[in-house]
Design a protein around this ligand. Structure first.
Ligand code: SF4
Length: 527
């Protein structure tokens, strides 16, 4: 599948090998002399340039038309940022705060700027107070009542030029990435704004190096989308269980631990009435509690039963399968070597099935210190979300030491983990950078980062687009993109949209396999 975001372009695999076509630096339009000077003083690169455009829509448009007519070089910069001061429209904005426009409107037409969140996040990382929001360009000084009206329409700041500058025919014809950074002066418009806006000018100066970073990250790029990616059947089931429990039983529904390891999913369910707790003693008597997809030890089930809690079990059936194997091996007198990561909830649950018979083995080095009751009766099991090759190394070390070792009936590392690892390797091979959507505590997402790095491609784990650092993208024309099994598909779309704010994005999906696994719901939430 190939799809182009923002400008038509076709791509095939020959297009997607990493190549370098450097941009030509940052061009800034600043309406007033003081604004232009503040920005210029903040520049760190000699290739950056600021052009003063004058105040007000008509003057700014005329000035831009003239500059383009006189200087053909203006069209060759990699990114254009409109920078200046603005009136803050909401009470929570203070002088010096920065507003990065996600939309600019003159009241009749609107221009959407998709990378605003990404740039605002980078400004925050630079220590500035910045947020993305809508900016309204107005024709004349606005009065307090108008400020309130515009704020009610969702605008954060108002200026007198941005919409006109972005709509100027020469700028529109460029097709290059655009951004808008306005610093709140909060003293109205005109020369008086500057004297009241020293904080705004300081912020503009401090924002200039970030604008340079933004321009360095601007270029046309290909996003190589790994397939499969994102939600697996176990995660979809677990989320649906909480949703149905909320529907059928009403809020609050308590969930022991994060239902799946993803901050977005948890925040969304929290908003809808789920209450996430670490332990059962935080759950009121008689309440409904959902066990997470990672499973629980029998001791937790017993405690819930003793308390009379109404339990709905969202443990993934593939985790339950590992639990059943642990019980079976222990019953048959085997010492179970559980290959996994200490402290992970799934591992704690599996260890709890047969604590006397199970030993955690994290690395091949741990194998040497293993002291089974009977070396002829050793079996191994695995956490479902391990790196396939590393887990195979540990299993190999165990087999070398215990040649008669029993293996699980079928692979413990689940289909979703395996498929996403194969898929990320396929995109990492041709990418200059891999972005993995997922939370830090998501084991299978972390493994995708490691898998990419082992293939020689730098990779970063991000919860969303605002975690993308602009420096990662500099010089990178092919970005591999995937998502861990607990990361929502919407995050992937959000990341692609954000990248399209830095230049035309051609999305090519590379599918290594398709998935059709589905799990049934527990009877408590069946309709
Ligand atoms: S990653 Fe695998 S084991 Fe975990 S919930 Fe998804 S399908 Fe189940």
């Amino acid at each position: 599948m190939t799809e182009t975001i923002s400008q038509p372009r076709t791509a095939d695999d020959a297009d997607v090998r990493e190549s370098a076509s450097a941009g030509a630096g940052l061009l800034v339009f600043a309406p007033l002399r003081l604004e232009a000077s503040a920005v210029r003083r903040g520049f760190t690169q000699s290739s950056s340039r600021v052009e003063r455009t004058g105040m007000g829509a008509t003057r700014a448009q005329k000035s831009v038309a003239q500059k383009y007519a006189e200087d053909s070089h203006l069209g060759s910069f990699s990114g254009l940022v409109v920078m200046g001061t603005a009136a803050g429209l909401t009470g929570d904005l203070h002088p010096g705060d920065l507003v990065v426009a996600c939309e600019v409107s003159d009241g009749e037409t609107s221009i959407t700027l998709p990378g605003a969140d990404l740039l605002a996040a980078e400004l925050r990382r630079a220590g500035l107070t910045a947020r993305a929001g809508k900016i309204r360009t107005v024709g004349k000084l606005i009065k307090p009542a108008q400020r309130a009206e515009l704020a009610a329409e969702g605008f954060l700041a108002a200026d007198m030029e941005t919409a006109a500058l972005l709509a100027a025919p020469s700028v529109a014809a460029d097709g290059r990435p655009l951004a808008v950074i306005r610093a709140v002066s909060d003293s109205g418009f005109g020369p008086g704004m500057v004297s009241g806006g020293l904080a705004a000018l300081r912020s503009l100066r401090a924002a200039a190096p970030v604008a340079e970073k933004w321009a360095a990250a601007c270029r046309e790029r290909t996003v190589l989308l790994a397939g499969p990616r994102s939600f697996c059947a176990g995660v979809e089931r677990a989320i649906e269980i909480v949703e149905r429990a909320l529907e059928l039983r009403g809020a609050p529904v308590y969930v022991r631990k994060q239902i799946v390891h993803n901050t977005r999913v948890v925040a969304d369910l929290e908003q809808r009435g789920a209450v996430f707790v670490d332990e059962l003693d935080e759950v009121p008597d008689g309440a409904t509690v959902v066990f997470s997809a990672h499973g629980v030890a029998p001791a937790v089930r017993d405690a819930a039963s003793d308390r009379g809690l109404s339990v709905i079990d969202a443990t993934c059936p593939l985790v339950s399968k590992v639990h059943a194997e642990a019980r079976r091996f222990a019953r048959e007198g085997y010492t179970v070597a559980l290959i996994g990561h200490a402290g992970h909830e799934e591992v704690e649950g599996t260890l709890g099935e047969a604590p006397e018979s199970t030993v955690l083995v994290q690395t091949a080095a741990d194998v040497a210190s293993l002291e089974p009751r009977d070396p002829a009766k050793v079996a191994y099991l695995m956490q479902t979300t391990l790196a396939v090759d590393e887990a195979a190394d540990v299993a190999g070390a165990l087999r070398d030491r215990f040649p008669q070792m029993r293996a699980p009936g079928s692979d413990d590392i689940c289909y979703a983990t395996t498929n996403r690892q194969v898929a990320v390797r396929a995109v990492a091979a041709d990418a200059g950078l891999v972005l993995v959507a997922g939370s830090k505590n998501s084991s299978n997402s972390v493994r995708l980062v490691e898998r990419s790095e082992r293939a020689g491609t730098p990779a970063h784990l991000i919860d969303g687009a605002t975690d993308i650092e602009l420096s990662w993208l500099s010089g990178v024309s092919v970005v591999g993109l995937t998502a861990g099994a607990s990361a929502p598909p919407a995050v992937v779309s959000e990341i692609i949209t954000a990248l399209s704010g830095l230049g035309t994005v051609t999305v090519t999906e590379r599918v290594t396999t398709t998935e059709s696994v589905q799990f049934g719901l527990p009877r408590e939430v069946r309709r």
